[in-house]
Design a protein around this ligand. Structure first.
Ligand SMILES: [Fe+2]
Length: 221
C-alpha cells in the first residue's frame, strides 16, 4: 500500500501530517510479523527512519504482533483510582509506544489527539471505544450534549486507529471483574491534549503524564 505518513517539515516533528500520495515503499524489505516486543520496536525504528512512513505497514505490524504477558510484565502497573500510562519506548522523539493498564471499570475522558495519529491494540481483556464528533464551536461556549459517532468493542489483539480528523474518543474497560491492557502507538508523541465534557461539549486542556517510564515509576507518581 502506498499511503504514507509524511513529515512535511524536516525541522518540526509536530508537523507530521497524513498525506495520501504515491511514493516508494521504504518498508517493503521489513518483516511484517514481529515475534517479540523488542522486534516490534526495532521494526518501528526502521519504519520511522525517514520522514516518509508507511502507515499501512505500521498498522500491519501492530496488528500482527502477538507478544506475551512476560514481555509486558515490567509495564503492567494498575492503580485503583485511575488507569495508568506506561512508556515502553520514546521512539527517538518520533513516536511513543506505551502500555495502558485499565483496572476494573476504569475509563478515559473524551479527548482529542493533538494532531497525532493513535494506534491502539487490545492485548488483554476487552475495551469499548466510543467515538464522538467534535463540538460544533470547538468546545468554547457550547451547552450541547456530544454526538456519538460509533461504539466499538476491542479485544483479541485487534488494532483501532484514530486521529483528529476522524473525531474524538473515550476508551473504557466495561468489566467489573477483569482488568484490560492496551498497547498504544502515538505519532508524533504529545504531552497535552483537550478533554471534553460529554453533557456540554465544553473543553479544557489536560497534561498527559506517564505513570512509569521503562518500567520505573516516574518521580511525581
Ligand atoms: Fe485516545
Amino acid at each position: 500500500m502506498t499511503e504514507t505518513l509524511l513529515n512535511t517539515n524536516m525541522h518540526d516533528i509536530h508537523d507530521i501530517q497524513l498525506i495520501r500520495q504515491k511514493c516508494v515503499d521504504n518498508t517493503a524489505h521489513l518483516s511484517t510479523h514481529p515475534k517479540s516486543l523488542n522486534e516490534l520496536i526495532e521494526l518501528l525504528y526502521e519504519a520511522f527512519a525517514t520522514n516518509d512512513v508507511n502507515i499501512d505497514y505500521v498498522h500491519t505490524i501492530m496488528n500482527n504482533y502477538k507478544g506475551n504477558v512476560k514481555e509486558w510484565a515490567p509495564f503492567l502497573k494498575f492503580q485503583p483510582n485511575k488507569y495508568t500510562r506506561n512508556l515502553v519506548d520514546a521512539g527517538n522523539g518520533k513516536f511513543n509506544l506505551m502500555i495502558l493498564c485499565w483496572a476494573e471499570s476504569q475509563g478515559s475522558s473524551i479527548h482529542d489527539h493533538t494532531n497525532s495519529h493513535c494506534f491502539m491494540k487490545c492485548i488483554q481483556g476487552t475495551l469499548v471505544e466510543t467515538k464522538y464528533a467534535w463540538p460544533k464551536d470547538g468546545g468554547e461556549n457550547t451547552e450541547t450534549p456530544m454526538e456519538i459517532i460509533s461504539r466499538t468493542e476491542l479485544k483479541d489483539g485487534k488494532v483501532a486507529y484514530i486521529n483528529d480528523s476522524i473525531g474524538l474518543h473515550r476508551v473504557e474497560n466495561p468489566s467489573h471483574t477483569d482488568t484490560a491492557v492496551t498497547l498504544h502507538l502515538y505519532v508524533p508523541p504529545y504531552s497535552h491534549c483537550s478533554v471534553f465534557d460529554e453533557r456540554t461539549g465544553r473543553t479544557k486542556e489536560a497534561h498527559v503524564t506517564f505513570y512509569s517510564i521503562n518500567g520505573l515509576l516516574t518521580p511525581s507518581e
